[in-house]
Design a protein around this ligand. Structure first.
Ligand code: FES
Length: 122
């Protein structure tokens, strides 16, 4: 039921693991299933210089976290803020309809990390 890209990212996730010196971490939970995701970011000159994730969840949650780290890396934080769950699902060649809720976590986790980063800058 998963696309090849989803399986690829699930079997070989990119940027997985805790980031000890992160500038901010977005922690989000999925109320539908109780799964949990941490997105760590490091920002330099207004760009996402480094990003990683830890996901305690299903295959789709892991694949979407892996994909969003690839989409966001190197982007300006304003542009990263505009990455939607649809962008993530599209980049993975789609998700099964019952798994679309899983893609919320990745986008929300990234946005939450950026919001926290920005709130520290004020
Ligand atoms: Fe929980 Fe997918 S079933 S994030």
């Amino acid at each position: 039921m998963y696309s090849e890209k989803v399986l690829e990212h699930f079997n070989n996730p990119k940027n997985m693991g805790e980031m000890e010196d992160a500038d901010a971490v977005g922690i989000v939970g999925n109320p539908v299933c109780g799964d949990l995701m941490h997105i760590y970011i490091k920002v330099k000159k207004n760009k996402i210089e480094d990003i990683s994730f830890q996901t305690f969840g299903c295959a789709a949650a892991i694949a979407t976290s892996s994909m969003i780290t690839e989409l966001a890396k190197g982007k300006k934080i304003e542009d990263a803020m505009n990455i939607t769950r649809k962008d993530v699902a599209d980049a993975l060649d789609g998700l099964p309809p019952i798994k679309m809720h899983c893609s919320n976590l990745a986008a929300e986790g990234l946005h939450e990390a950026i919001r926290i980063y920005k709130s520290h800058q004020k």
